[in-house]
Design a protein around this ligand. Structure first.
Ligand code: AMP
Ligand code: ZN
Length: 451
């Protein structure tokens, strides 16, 4: 299978180090507010990745973290703490905020029928391990202390700029001169922050006789090291993570242990809404409750995401979401044919779909293969199970057979229509419609479909 690897900026053949198992890590959410439709595109794309790896016969050992400890609104270790801000906004403690939004995230995760990772790790459960990693870096002489925290000296990690193709001279020229004058290089970052006199920070832990809390990037480095070990196969996240968060994760882990961190890095692009950036001030921060209010399910949204590609910048609109909802209904009605006609051989379609997915997760191409056979073919149960394995759209579960009684009514109505008893035929059609079923008449009977 081929994947675009951010590390090399090329589409490359993917094979895991262990011929049977793939070690994969995904940067998870900061749980300080409801996730919006942009945030979840990423988790849908990585679910497609997991499913494609599984179709290729690999077992996926996957870890996802939940950032439930505050980190700062700016990547540059200044600005406001997102979790503390969320807690203040809602008059709750940070712990309550974390619990509530983590549960909401996991509910959405399940409603989207995303394959459960092997481990879901909360950052606050790894504080002792964080400290150990800081100790390793410190022993190697990679850190220096400031009044604000322990900082990573990026000049000690000569390949620091490589991953993101950073132009450090340019960064230096653009840096604000007035902030953290104790930093030795503009790209240096906090691995551990100290609580300063008078500072109000709800989450804090004792370390080296003082109170403090981990820097943002540390939790991912620690969790990867603890749960997956050295050199994982695939690391995933949003493109916004490339220049700071992932660059710093690499500096921490490779700086500490001298081993390549991940062979593949996949990054999803951003979505806009009606052509605009998603932001509070534009009032377009739609979440799943907004979608439900407008009559769209989690799986309609998933269908919309899967029509696109993880590397493409995409625009979300309710018009396009309605089209995706219709497309999913078409697939369900294709599945409904298996209760009504003899199955045709679709093994070549199955191979064509796998081939498209193996081509850098081209789900749009995979659906195009499916569309080619929708009208003249009939799937069997195995083919529907295969579609669900590949895309996780719950097609099998949402396409049950109808009752014998309803089938009887459908036949009766067709006979009435043939006999030109239109009053009876229309009355029966209305009864059938109440069960959520519509009819397509052919020469020798009707095909029923879900409405
Ligand atoms: P946030 O908690 O707001 O930083 O968002 C968490 C992650 O969601 C970000 O790091 C991005 O990778 C992703 N994300 C945020 N906005 C978008 C968007 N408009 N489109 C796709 N992904 C997004
Ligand atoms: Zn991360």
């Amino acid at each position: 299978m081929k994947l675009y690897n951010t590390l090399t900026r090329r589409v490359e053949d993917f094979t895991p180090q262990d011929p049977k198992r793939v070690k994969m890590y995904t940067c998870g959410p900061t749980v300080y507010s409801f996730a919006h439709v942009g945030n979840f595109t990423s988790y849908v794309y990585w679910d497609l990745l997991v499913r494609t790896l599984q179709l290729n016969g690999w077992t996926v050992d996957r870890v996802l973290n939940i950032t439930d400890v505050g980190h700062l609104t700016s990547d540059a270790d200044d600005g406001e703490d997102k979790m503390e801000k969320g807690a203040r906004r809602e008059g709750k403690t940070v712990w309550e905020i974390a619990e509530m939004y983590m549960n909401d995230y996991l509910e959405n995760f399940r409603a989207l029928n995303l394959i459960e990772p092997t481990n879901i790790c909360r950052a606050t459960d790894f504080i002792e391990e964080d400290k150990k990693l800081v100790d390793v870096l410190d022993k190697k002489g990679m850190l220096y202390d400031t009044t604000d925290g322990l900082y990573y000296d990026t000049s000690k990690f000569p390949t620091y700029a490589e991953f993101a193709h950073l132009d450090l001279d340019h960064l230096k020229a653009g840096a604000r001169v007035d902030f953290n004058s104790e930093k030795k290089n503009v790209s240096d970052f906090a691995v551990w922050k100290w609580i300063r006199d008078g500072e109000d920070h709800a989450m804090q832990w004792e370390y080296r006789g003082r109170m403090g809390y981990p820097g943002w990037h540390l939790e991912c480095a620690t969790i990867i090291h603890e749960k997956l070990g050295e050199t994982i196969d695939i690391h995933t996240g949003g493109i916004d993570h490339i220049p700071v968060h992932h660059t710093n994760e690499i500096a921490e882990l490779e700086g500490a242990f001298g081993k390549k961190m991940s062979n593949f890095w996949l990054h999803n692009n951003f979505i806009t809404i009606d052509g605009e950036k998603i932001s509070k001030s534009l009032g377009n921060v739609y979440d799943f409750r907004d979608l439900a209010e407008k009559g769209f399910s989690h799986l309609d949204y998933k269908m919309w995401v899967l029509q696109g590609h993880f590397q493409s910048e995409r625009n979300f609109s309710f018009t396009d979401l309605a089209a995706a909802k219709q497309r999913l209904l078409n697939y369900r009605n294709f599945a409904a044919l298996r209760w009504q006609k003899d199955a045709t051989d679709l093994s070549s379609v199955k191979s064509a779909i796998i081939e498209q997915l193996n081509n850098n997760l081209n789900s749009a191409g995979a659906f195009a293969e499916l569309d080619k056979v929708l009208t003249k073919n009939v799937p069997d149960d195995d083919f529907i199970k295969f579609l669900d394995q590949a895309f996780g759209l719950n097609i099998e579960e949402t396409t049950p057979d109808i009752s014998e009684e309803l089938k009887q009514k459908i036949a009766e109505r067709f006979e009435a229509k043939k006999a030109r008893d239109f009053a009876k035929a229309d009355a029966l059609r209305d009864e059938i419609a109440k069960e959520g079923i519509v009819l397509l008449d052919g020469a020798d009977g009707s095909i029923w479909q879900y409405a």
